[in-house]
Ligand binder design. Structure first.
Ligand code: ZN
Ligand code: ZN
Length: 431
């Protein structure tokens, strides 16, 4: 498929849109100039900082014998890393990385996978361990937890899986391990809060000890699900306490969907930055809970306010500040390629808008307690349509002015060539 979305198709599609884009870009340039911003600097320099990783997380078929299963995993990983992700990056030019999920993305030969992916300009980072599901043939169940299980054997098994993830990640060139566990309880009294967290911490210390010096350990919290009364790392508070307990290589990962409704996530981000504990993000959007809706589909102002904190940290040169940007979404009814391209643009859109905040003015309004003008300063940046910057940055780096239209044009050609079977109703939710 990479050759179907060819350079010449992108150039063709761009030709018809280029004049209009030039005009829009010019007019935005003069608007921004009046406000003291150099559009060229934003387009050239700044966008480079908001590159995204895709968690690939390919869910396995339910029933399988292990040989067939391993073949299937090999096939999917190799085909995704040669087809899906490079196609997206070719069109949007800001998504060069993949964050694999084990054992879902396990292959027989990780060095072969790395070489294969690197040849296509793709990198791997932030490996994810999975101890929230029982895998076929595993000795001890995670029904009552993994790293915090009352059974030492189950805890050891979960630790061992994290250690193998680190080894596989080393081969792939990763620099971080993301640990999210589903441990928790469904009834008041079911678990001793303190004892279970002590068990979790003991296990986490063993994992931390195996984290290489140039790696980080990302801890991901989640308020509820699959445990519905209490979750062991339920919020950023417990998350950051554990990260502090473990040491400087441990940091807190913020998944936007993993908070109670209306929680002030931008403020959590500011706190984590202040204490040098912000690992990065799993971007998605939500209406009710952990909906994993597409980024920027519901609460775009919140996403902008989060980026406002991130740009503020850049502006102040905050120490130890290098967050990882990842998308973690479920695509239930859309083509995942289209959704991921859209979402990447939405994340970048928030970043660009946050760059437009007049920080000197905002600081002045904060010092003089001018609440209305402080809020208006943010709004004026948020209300600016920065689409021409995103499109121009894509075009200049060889991507598509309109990625969805170009992808659909390629898809149309693909169908004409009968190169692939007709679309079925089911596809994996996560690419
Ligand atoms: Zn997540
Ligand atoms: Zn989630």
């Amino acid at each position: 498929m990479t050759d179907i979305v060819s350079e010449s198709l992108i150039a063709d599609q761009n030709t018809s849109l280029a004049d209009r884009l030039d005009q829009d870009f010019e007019s935005l340039a003069s608007q921004l100039q009046h406000r003291g911003h150099d559009i060229e600097e934003i387009t050239k320099e700044k966008l480079r900082r908001s590159r995204l990783l895709f968690p690939v997380g390919v869910r396995a078929p339910v029933e399988h014998d292990s040989r067939v299963f391993q073949d299937w995993q090999n096939r999917v990983m190799f085909s995704r890393s040669s087809k899906t992700v490079p196609v997206i990056n070719k069109l949007v030019r800001c998504t060069p990385g993949v964050s694999p999920h084990f054992p879902w993305d396990r292959v027989d030969d990780f060095s072969e996978l790395k070489e294969h992916a690197n040849q296509l300009g793709l990198v791997f980072d932030a490996v994810n361990s999975n101890t929230f599901q029982d895998q076929p043939g595993q000795a001890h169940t995670y029904k009552y937890g993994s790293l915090g299980n009352t059974s030492k054997a189950a805890r050891d098994q979960a630790v061992a899986h994290n250690l193998e993830c680190i080894e596989w990640g080393k081969v792939l060139g990763s620099k971080a391990l993301t640990v999210w566990v589903g441990d928790g309880s469904n009834f008041p009294g079911q678990q001793h809060f303190i004892h279970s967290l002590e068990r979790y911490l003991d296990s986490a210390r063993e994992i931390y000890a195996a984290i290489p010096d140039d790696w980080q350990m990302f801890i991901e919290h989640k308020m509820f699900e699959p445990a519905f009364y209490s979750t062991i790392i339920q919020d950023w508070g417990t998350n950051v306490l554990c990260a502090m307990e473990l040491g400087p290589k441990a940091k807190s990962l913020v998944d936007l969907g993993h908070h109670a409704p209306n929680v002030n996530i931008e403020m959590i981000v500011a706190r984590l930055i202040q204490f040098r504990k912000l690992a990065g993000f799993h971007f998605n959007d939500s209406k009710y809970g952990d909906d994993d809706l597409d980024s920027g589909s519901i609460n775009t102002y919140q996403q902008f306010l989060i980026f406002n904190e991130l740009v503020d940290a850049e502006y102040r040169n905050a120490p130890d500040f290098n967050p990882a940007y990842m998308l973690d979404q479920s695509h239930n009814i859309t083509d995942p390629i289209e959704s991921l391209m859209n979402s990447a643009a939405e994340v970048q859109r928030s970043y660009i808008k946050a760059l437009l905040v007049d920080r000197v003015a905002l600081d002045g309004y904060q010092e003089t307690n001018d609440a209305l003008m402080a809020a208006n300063t943010l709004k004026s940046a948020y209300n600016t349509d920065v689409s021409p910057i995103l499109a121009m940055a894509r075009k200049r780096s060889g991507g598509a002015i309109d990625p969805i239209a170009t992808y659909r044009a390629a898809d149309y050609r693909l169908q004409l060539a009968s190169n692939r079977p007709a679309k079925g109703g089911s596809s994996s939710g996560i690419v």
